[in-house]
Design a protein around this ligand. Structure first.
Ligand SMILES: [Zn+2]
Ligand SMILES: [Zn+2]
Length: 246
């Protein structure tokens, strides 16, 4: 028991007892899951039961098909995708804080949510976690790649290797935000490249990204990785939209 107390004191030293909610910055107990206060937890729609069998988007109860309308229409290059939360204004703010305000600790808590989603699903052993890469110039400007941060935490907990140098982005593409689905796809045409294809042969790959919208980024990466003849390509993103209104 004595040792427990020492450890507790030691942990308090590293992570002070009063920490802050990652969304509203209110002081919270350190035992709060994902470092979110109760009221912020209620603002989040965690993706639970009914999901699209292909891309992992949540499906409405009254919707009968096993795949979302988007996946019925579009052929995807990945095997199966998963997401943790529905993208709403609060999640937009959270991702924004991480990407543009340099609040890197948020990635740790996002990764925690991604890990609990991954554990719920029976994935084959993953050989490589591959973060969706940024164009080098963009990464230098931001100072980090958020998908790489997420990948690092996931890799550490799941004991999967992170391969961040093989898939690279070779085209400085326009921001996807203002583009429609077809424009997004064209924008990413030949944007990614696998340098050492032999390393991905017969491997199970898990692509990691922060937000999944139409799936065009994950698809463009998967299309390129497919050329290396991997076994399966899975994807996990932190947030995703409910339907195709993007
Ligand atoms: Zn809060
Ligand atoms: Zn789908």
């Amino acid at each position: 028991m004595k040792l427990d107390r020492y450890i507790d004191t030691f942990l308090d030293f590293i992570y002070p007892r009063n920490i802050y909610c990652i969304l509203c910055n209110e002081s919270i107990e350190k035992t709060e899951k994902y470092s979110l206060c109760q009221s912020c937890k209620e603002k989040i729609n965690f993706i639970a039961d009914r999901i699209c069998e292909k891309c992992g988007k949540p499906l409405d109860d009254f919707y009968l098909s096993k795949e979302c309308p988007d996946c019925i229409k579009t052929k995807h290059y990945f095997t199966k995708g998963f997401s943790c939360v529905e993208y709403n204004e609060h999640m937009k703010e959270l991702v924004h804080k991480l990407k543009y305000k340099n609040h890197r600790y948020i990635a740790y808590h996002m990764a925690e949510m991604m890990i609990s989603q991954l554990k719920k699903h029976d994935l084959n052993d993953i050989d490589y976690i591959v973060p969706v890469p940024l164009y080098k110039k963009k990464e230098r400007k931001r100072g980090f790649n958020q998908s790489e941060l997420l990948s690092k935490y996931i890799g550490k907990v799941m004991n999967w290797k992170v391969e961040k140098n093989n898939l690279i982005k070779i085209k400085d593409t326009k921001s996807q935000n203002q583009l429609n689905k077809d424009e997004r796809k064209n924008n990413l045409e030949n944007a990614f490249f696998v340098q050492a294809k032999e390393d991905f042969v017969d491997k199970n790959i898990l692509l990691v990204d922060d937000v999944y919208t139409t799936g065009s980024t994950i698809d463009a990466c998967s299309k390129e990785i497919r050329k290396a003849k991997p076994k399966e390509i899975y994807s996990i993103s932190f947030a995703t939209g409910k339907n195709i209104n993007f």
